[in-house]
Design a protein around this ligand. Sequence first.
Ligand code: OSB
Ligand code: MG
Length: 374
Amino acid sequence: MMHDISIVDASLHRVTLPLVREFATSSHQKASLTHILVRLEDALGNVGWGEIASPSAPFYAPETVETCWLIASRYLLPGIVGKTFAEPADAAATWAKIRGHFFAKAGVDAALWDLWTRRNGVSLALALGGTRQEIVAGVSLGIEPTIGDLLVQVEKHLNAGYPRIKLKIAPGWDVDPVRAVREAFGDIDLHVDANGVYQDSPEHWEIMQDLDEFGLTMIEQPYHPRDFVGHARLQASLETPICLDESVETVEDLRTMIELDAGRVLNIKVSRMGGLTPARIAHDLAASEGIPVWCGGMHEFGIGRAANIAIASLPGFTLTSDVSGSDKYYARDITTRPIVAVQGRVAVPQAPGSGYDLDAEMLAEHSEETFSLR
Ligand code: OSB
Ligand code: MG
């Protein structure tokens, strides 16, 4: 029997942390990241935290830190403060009529889950239906200045025990780096992520056919997010499974992917799908349709990373997830203890809630703006 939660206080905290190393994708390059932390308090004084991990600029998805701030402060928090919820899914229903804005919703939803599970003294992973004690973590490596630099990064992370390497690709940085990694490291679990920058054209088709020769575990989001038909045409010509990331914002998108055979693997990101509540629904549908899933990341701070670990403990997450240790990105994380990967494995906490606590000192030091509602 789980107790309900009455939300009496909600706040947003805009926080910037420096990255230990710059990260480049097909669209941007970053030396620090700004995310929004969501704090919720119930009538008994229990506190839950969530993270809105939107990139600053609208290149991965349409949202930005500023749009998330606006939507969360003006629509999401006013909809839940002063209300009582039997479970987090009931709170998600208060914003069901708000279209889009998945990152903003995700941070609030995750804070509700953290609060509800702390209130009830159960671990977030268990409450979500998690069955794993530990999850297998892989790394996502950005576009490097040279192939030599990339090989150094691959070697470093393989030596750290990560069993899977994902390479960001873009036109001009695709077949050659993949070939170089295969030649240097052999038959490792290797996959590529294009973040939607290729298109259904003869020239890019050729590149995809060339990539198909390398025995990659998957090719993630080769074409534009909205191009389900292009992905279906491509999947029909490839041995390599296509994995969709940006294309799947809703469970309806997942149905489209399955019906059209536009992809055979799903990257579930808590942030992209609007929270743990919809992520779990997507997991259940994928599992019932035989689609393997794994958990993607958005360079989350410890709060968001902890939510990713919890969802990745569900049984359908059979592929290696992008849930590397905090140290890959941050010298000191925003949680009192960092997320640690040992030989590519991250333990699933058994403690109540997400199992990770916010470090108040770090918050005080790095918080740039707050908004609160009682
Ligand atoms: O497509 O998976 C992606 C980061 C920012 C935007 C898009 C993506 C990513 C990652 C990050 O690959 C992986 C991680 O958080 O470790
Ligand atoms: Mg991706």
